[in-house]
Design a binder for this molecule. Structure first.
Ligand code: HAM
Length: 433
């Protein structure tokens, strides 16, 4: 007798790939809350929204993002034999788009964007293989007033989430200060970025290892240490930073910022003021980071266009973790989400003969912009009222024996009255709006 064929085991995993997330409705609500605040505050600062493609030529990142990001690329050869990569960040795309469309816009450009980014990182707390970022960039302004405006925007976004200067700190530095410091050492240009990279990894490697590497480049470790002690840093090395810091003080953001020369930022294209946002407790990875990149547009366009630029990006992962941690911020988020989700009206169909009448009125109410729901199939009245409550409806409309009158119940006060179905819109408006 022939054996029945053994069914092939379905090996497809029901889990998402490592470092990728499924967004269930609650996750989506939290994500959309972040997006809504991001957009609201960026617009308050006069920024306009734009977007680039999620896939770019790999070359775009090889040219200027820096070794670390290139190692983390999700890249492949497409069916047309092109070397392409999912975008790990927005800044190179922005530089490319500005180089292509610059003439169409008055300067300075103040652009923001909300989108998803991909980095093949080791999955750990605060670092995934996809994340969303808000990017805010100013292009075409070399005055430090733009740096002040940008950091102020970053702080105001954090405030928009109910965070305060006791929760987070903006560490701020100036790459130019290190260039001035190194001027005394006659170090070749390419070793300067190597030096900055060493300083960037100080926290990760510790002082001993950093000392060795700094000395290998021919720089005196003890002067570096003195520089890192910000109080000992000679004022004239950082006039730009002093100006930016006093501008932020003038706006009332004194408590939010900390001068910190150990910060240089990992990305290779920064040229001036750089900053990064961290939680005060030091529990999480960076929430946001950015700075000035005055040469990137010229470098990517092979000198065809040169425009000063600066910007920052704030990620959704660490920000979400921090909001969850700080009760004030968490409650603000929960309230906003609950409010956003609330249904205006639930239609209770007490008699199935009235379903057609109820549906005709649902259409009218939805056309007026109300959020309305009802049971798709015959359901006990008590269960319908339960659904109305679960969905946070403000009004229940009951279609039953009283037709052509409808019982209208204010679910907050419990008050109920009969209204003519012809007066439904004004009756509902009185309670809901
Ligand atoms: P970045 O510091 O590489 O800067 O990233 C900005 C923020 O994105 C980080 O502070 C972090 O919150 C978030 N982020 C980055 N990688 C991950 C990850 N693997 N998982 C979760 N969150 C992550 C930039 O991307 C620059 N392009 C910012 C910029 C805009 N500079 C000028 N304009």
């Amino acid at each position: 007798m022939n054996k029945a064929p053994v069914p092939e085991r379905n090996t497809l995993s029901m889990q998402s790939l490592p470092g990728f997330r499924d967004f269930l409705p609650d996750d989506c609500a939290r994500r959309n809350y972040l997006f809504a605040r991001w957009r609201e505050v960026a617009r308050r600062y006069g920024f306009v929204e734009w977007e680039g493609p999620p896939l770019e030529a790999t070359e775009l990142y090889k040219k200027k993002s820096g070794a670390e990001i290139v190692e983390q690329l999700f890249n492949f050869t497409d069916k047309g034999e092109r070397e392409v990569a999912l975008r790990p960040e927005l800044t190179p795309t922005l530089a490319r788009v500005v180089a292509a469309h610059e003439r169409e816009f008055k300067k300075p450009l103040k652009w923001f964007s909300v989108g998803q980014f991909f980095r093949y990182e080791k999955q750990q707390r605060g670092r995934l293989r996809e994340h969303f970022q808000l990017n805010c960039d100013i292009v075409g302004e070399k005055d430090l007033a733009a740096d002040i405006e940008l950091v102020a925007l970053c702080i105001d976004i954090l405030r928009g989430f109910g965070l305060s200067s006791t929760d987070v700190v903006v560490r701020i530095s100036d790459r130019q200060a290190w260039h001035r410091f190194l001027a005394g050492y006659e170090i070749p240009e390419e070793r300067i970025s190597e030096f900055l990279d060493i300083i960037d990894k100080l926290d990760r490697r510790g002082a001993n290892e950093t000392k060795k590497r700094v000395e290998a480049i021919g720089v005196d470790w003890y002067s570096v240490e003195a520089m890192l002690e910000t109080s000992a840093f000679p004022e004239d090395f950082s006039t730009g930073l002093n100006h930016v810091i006093s501008g932020l003080h003038a706006r009332g953001f004194e408590d939010w910022i900390k001068r910190d020369f150990s910060l240089v930022r990992g990305l290779a294209y920064y040229t001036g003021i750089v900053f990064e946002v961290f939680d005060r407790a030091g529990k999480f990875r960076a929430i946001a980071g950015g700075g000035r990149y005055d040469n990137l547009i010229a470098q990517l366009s092979d000198g065809a266009l040169s425009l000063p630029a600066l910007g920052f990006a704030m990620g959704d992962v660490v920000l979400g973790e921090l909001i969850n941690e700080i009760s004030r911020a968490r409650e603000t988020m929960q309230k906003s989400i609950a409010n956003d989700r609330k249904l205006d009206i639930y239609m209770v169909i007490a008699k199935e003969e009235r379903r057609a009448d109820a549906l005709a009125q649902i259409q009218q109410l939805r056309d007026c912009g109300y959020r309305v729901d009802y049971p798709l199939t015959p359901t006990k009245v008590a269960r319908q009222f339960q659904s109305a409550e679960d969905l946070g409806a403000r009004v229940a409309l009951l279609y039953g024996d009283e037709w052509p009158q409808v019982a209208m119940k204010n679910l907050a006060s419990g008050e109920q009255k009969l209204i003519s179905s012809d007066d439904l819109l004004s009756g509902v408006e009185f309670i809901v709006r």
